[in-house]
Design a protein around this ligand. Structure first.
Ligand SMILES: Cc1ncc(C[n+]2csc(CCOP(=O)(O)OP(=O)(O)O)c2C)c(N)n1
Ligand SMILES: [Mg+2]
Length: 536
């Protein structure tokens, strides 16, 4: 008879899990006993935070939950930060950990890896955290996790299995439970919303990360209504690049605020109007017309702004219902396009100067790698790209400047993204500070043969914080950090590494990176000739 650990692995496979990120320890070896008998691929990071960020990038790029196997105690405190980022950005992540024997829980007898209460510690960054006290309850608890991922606001779920439970024998066939359907909107409210939208003179759409799977229908809806579309950072790619109704910049900008105020009906889908969207100047959003909100989380529908019509629903189903209800109605085209073009111009004029330099860098990346997935960290080129970049499609652009705002995310997230979308090139866009948080994950990528391109913007310091201190007349302490020779280190870790001298070399290196089996580090120093060419 298999153990609970073996049964769990079979169950995960039955739910369609193909990749697991984990670092085994004596407490979790029972999870590994059955792994060989499945098709699941195990990826070993160099730190549990790396496991969490890889799972996050995998989930964002593929749309499937990222799964991690983590040891009791330090493994869990290490992954807590990655769970915090995934929690803030509504990313499905399943963290399976061990915990001490059921009879030892809460006893504080100095057992290996013991925490006073692991579950209490982690519950704040999870949709739920469950201690499995009986192997027989595993199928039900796992079904709850997948019900959250598939049918509710996706967030990390933590299941901890005591050592005596993980090794206990478990009867029965490993079978995935049928999952609940996704919530469909109330038809009466859909009819009201469609009426408002159909009669709108200046409609506007705001699409967040929760709308990214509704892209196709949303484009149709926007075109029918002739409505300009703002996307949040996690909503990028909902409209194809260059679409006549697509807007750039962010909702905190004066021109965007004016346009919002002038819109008589605003349709906001899958967004919490987060403050990190509005870099560098977040401000309260003021909507003077009618507001229609769509969200899979009822609590989001009453967050910050009361909606005139609140549609509690999956965004894809809501958009489909709105499209059906609006039917063949079509606003006279032209006005929306003109509004969008005017707004794009005003926003471009209001952007800070570095946006141009970094905009060129992003253009070079898209040109060399058209179907690229970009996972970014918190660095100057990312803040700029958040304003200007047009992603080739949804699930193609994300970074840790949103929500929890965690340095060190970009590299492991890009590795996860490449594993989640193996047929597309993946680029990590990261600063010299952020990369030093997770540099050893290059070794994980070499080992797993994951060819990501890591574009480092090296300004030899915590540039953004340095500027922030300078603006406030605070002595610039702790921000001019020593940066190692990234090219030599990366080569030592088994990667290819270059410092391209000009745009042509940058292009070649990006193209070559996608053909390799290992990561390619592409370093750009802010004082290099390439940086000058980007600025010219
Ligand atoms: C875990 C963590 N620690 C500290 C910070 C604060 N922080 C935000 S941006 C930043 C500077 C990052 O430097 P770098 O990656 O080199 O990017 P740059 O701003 O220089 O482009 C720091 C220290 C953070 N966001 N996350
Ligand atoms: Mg820096």
């Amino acid at each position: 008879m298999p153990t609970c650990g073996e049964h769990l692995v079979k169950l995960l496979e039955a739910y369609g899990v193909e990749t697991i990120f984990g670092i085994p320890g004596v407490h979790t070896v029972e999870l590994y006993r059955g792994l060989e008998a499945t098709k699941i691929r195990h990826i070993t990071p160099r730190h549990e935070q790396g496991a969490g960020f890889m799972a996050d990038g995998y989930a964002r790029a593929s749309g499937k939950p990222g799964v991690c196997f983590i040891i009791t105690g330090p493994g869990m405190t290490n992954i807590a930060t990655a769970m915090g980022q995934a929690y803030a950005d509504s990313i499905p992540m399943l963290v399976i950990s061990s915990v001490n024997d059921t009879t030892h829980l809460g006893m504080a007898q100095g057992r290996l890896h013991e925490l006073p209460s692991q579950r209490n510690l982690i519950a704040g960054v999870a949709a739920f955290s469950h201690t499995l006290l009986d192997p027989g309850q595993l199928p039900e608890v796992l079904a709850r996790a997948f019900a959250v991922f598939m049918s509710a606001r996706p967030r990390p779920v933590h299941i901890e299995i005591p050592l005596d439970v993980i090794t206990a024998k478990m009867a029965g066939k490993a079978r995935a439970w049928p999952l609940p359907s996704r919530p469909a909107p109330d038809p009466k409210r859909v009819a009201e919303a469609a009426k408002l939208l159909g009669a709108a003179k200046n409609p506007l759409i705001i699409a967040g990360g929760g709308a990214c799977d509704a892209a196709q229908g949303l484009q149709k809806l926007a075109e029918k209504l002739d409505a300009p579309v703002f996307t949040t950072i996690n909503g990028k790619g909902v409209l194809p690049p260059g679409h006549r109704l697509a807007l750039a910049g962010n909702l905190g900008m004066d021109a965007a605020q004016d346009e919002l105020a002038a819109s008589d009906v605003v349709l906001a889908l899958g967004t919490e109007f987060g403050e990190t969207e509005m870099y560098p100047a977040a401000r309260p959003i003021v909507i003077k017309g009618k507001l229609i909100r769509v969200d899979i989380d009822p609590l989001q529908l009453v967050n910050q702004l009361p909606a005139d019509i609140a549609l509690f629903a999956d965004s894809t189903l809501a958009v489909q219902a709105l499209n059906d209800a609006i039917g063949t109605h079509a606003a006279k085209p032209g006005k929306g396009e003109a509004r969008a073009a005017g707004l794009r111009k005003k926003i471009a004029a209001a952007l800070w100067p570095a946006c141009k330099i970094h905009g060129r860098l992003l253009e070079a990346i898209s040109k060399a790698l058209p179907q690229v997935v970009i996972a970014g960290d918190q660095t100057e080129p990312v803040y700029a790209a958040n304003q200007t970049y047009e992603a080739p499609g949804p699930r193609s652009y994300f970074n840790s400047s949103t929500g929890y705002g965690t340095l060190g995310y970009g590299l492991p997230a890009a590795i996860g993204a490449k594993l989640g979308q193996p047929d597309r090139p993946a680029v990590c866009l990261i600063g010299d500070g952020g990369l030093q948080f997770s540099l050893p994950e290059l070794a994980s990528a070499v080992e797993a043969q994951v060819p990501v391109a890591v574009v480092i913007w090296n300004n030899t310091g915590y540039g953004e914080i340095k500027a922030y201190m300078r603006d406030r007349q605070i002595p610039e302490i702790g921000v001019d950090i020593y940066t190692p020779d990234f090219v030599t280190i990366a080569k030592g870790l088994g990667c290819e590494a270059v410092r391209p001298a000009n745009m042509a070399a940058l292009h070649d290196e990006l193209v070559k990176s996608a053909k390799r089996k290992v990561p390619t580090i592409i370093e750009i120093k802010a004082t290099d000739s390439l940086a000058r060419e980007l600025a010219s």
